[in-house]
Design a protein around this ligand. Structure first.
Ligand SMILES: [Zn+2]
Length: 217
């Protein structure tokens, strides 16, 4: 009986106690009850964790819309192309709604641009609000005595010329000084923009700067 008490204290079930004592289970249970000991419950069997299968869809592997479309984004594709398509779609949507909200008589004016019609393609007027706004700004500058910007020319041949000078051993700094152009402007011509448009190569250059740089030999 002492042994049974010990086994019971160790949370053994009747079956385990019976095995240890070499008796059958009902006998073990009867002896346990005679000692006024409660039944030790068998440990709960924990159900084996099923490996979770990835969710299947009947659309798996079916390319409904090619990547790079808004429809593909809506169907759940989050690749870079579809993200870009979504952004474009959104921008166009916003531009369209803005244009729709502006009374027709204000389209094609600088005021229409101020009201939010910034997109040339979605403006129903020709010239578009953005063009009217640029024209208006230009007119104001002339009126205020600000001289017109010098005409701009293709930057590529100038860049090519400066690179040739550099390959002949001239430094960027020396070239800027000799041509009397700003060093930062020259660096932008050679290496591209900085800031939000980082790396973008300028396609145009002021004709005065171009002339000065091309004059260097
Ligand atoms: Zn407009």
């Amino acid at each position: 009986m002492a042994q049974l008490k010990e086994l019971h204290a160790a949370s053994r079930t009747d079956r385990e106690i019976a095995e240890a004592l070499g008796v059958d289970r009902p006998t073990a249970a009867r002896r346990r009850r005679s000692l006024d000991l409660p039944l030790n419950p068998a440990p709960r069997k924990t159900p084996a964790v099923k490996p979770s299968r990835p969710k299947r869809s009947k659309w798996d592997g079916v390319e409904l819309q090619p990547c790079g479309t808004y429809a593909s984004y809506v169907r759940g594709c989050r690749c870079e192309l579809c993200g870009e398509a979504r952004r474009t779609y959104h921008q166009e949507y916003v531009a369209r709604r803005r244009a729709e909200g502006i009374p027709a008589e204000h389209h094609g004016t600088a005021y229409g641009y101020q009201l939010g019609c910034h997109d040339r393609d979605s403006c129903p007027s020709t010239p578009a609000c953005s063009d009217a706004s640029i024209a208006e700004e230009r007119r104001r500058r002339r009126e205020a005595g600000i001289p017109a910007q010098p005409p701009r020319v293709d930057a590529a041949p100038v860049r090519e010329h400066v690179r040739n000078l550099m390959s002949n051993g001239r430094s960027v700094k020396a070239i800027a000084a000799d041509a009397d152009v700003s060093l930062s402007g020259l660096k932008m011509l050679l290496y591209g923009r900085s800031g939000a448009r980082k790396g973008e190569m300028p396609t145009k250059i002021d004709v005065t700067k171009a002339t000065k740089l091309l004059a260097l030999a």
